[in-house]
Design a protein around this ligand. Structure first.
Ligand SMILES: [Zn+2]
Length: 135
């Protein structure tokens, strides 16, 4: 499964990053996902959950920012968003264009990593009243 192997490589990368920072806890990973990347967002999200299971990332969140598709229109000489990925044409002048400038992204842009502050009294671990939602 395509998405699962992607999710696993994201988890692997995050684990390495965590290890480099003295095994800091990773809360969330932000990912930019182009609509032409060939990756299904929902499938990637559920694969991520699977890939995280019994790793230090278990319980972390994958936050996906979808990137719309933009093409370069030779007639308008401009970057324009395409209204549908089935129809690669300029919405202004209808010129079909194969020149995709954006929309194939699949990249981790940020990770929310806990930075241990020995002097600060953070108490966000004391959520004893919250029910455990992990299954
Ligand atoms: Zn145009």
């Amino acid at each position: 499964m395509h998405e699962l192997s992607i999710a696993m490589s994201i988890v692997e990368m995050a684990e390495e990053e965590s290890a480099r920072r003295d095994h800091a806890k990773i809360h969330a990973i932000h990912l930019r996902l182009g609509l032409l990347s060939g990756v299904v967002k929902e499938a990637l999200l559920s694969s991520y959950e699977m890939a995280c299971a019994s790793t230090p990332l278990e319980g972390s969140q994958l936050i996906i920012e979808e990137v719309p598709v933009e093409v370069f229109c030779p007639a308008c000489r401009a970057r324009v968003p395409v209204p549908s990925i089935q129809w690669m044409a300029c919405p202004q002048c209808d010129t079909p264009t194969p020149e995709i400038v954006q929309g194939k992204e699949l990249e981790v842009i940020a990770m929310e990593i806990e930075t241990p502050e020995p002097n600060a009294q953070h108490s966000d671990t004391s959520r004893s009243s919250a029910p455990e939602t992990n299954q």
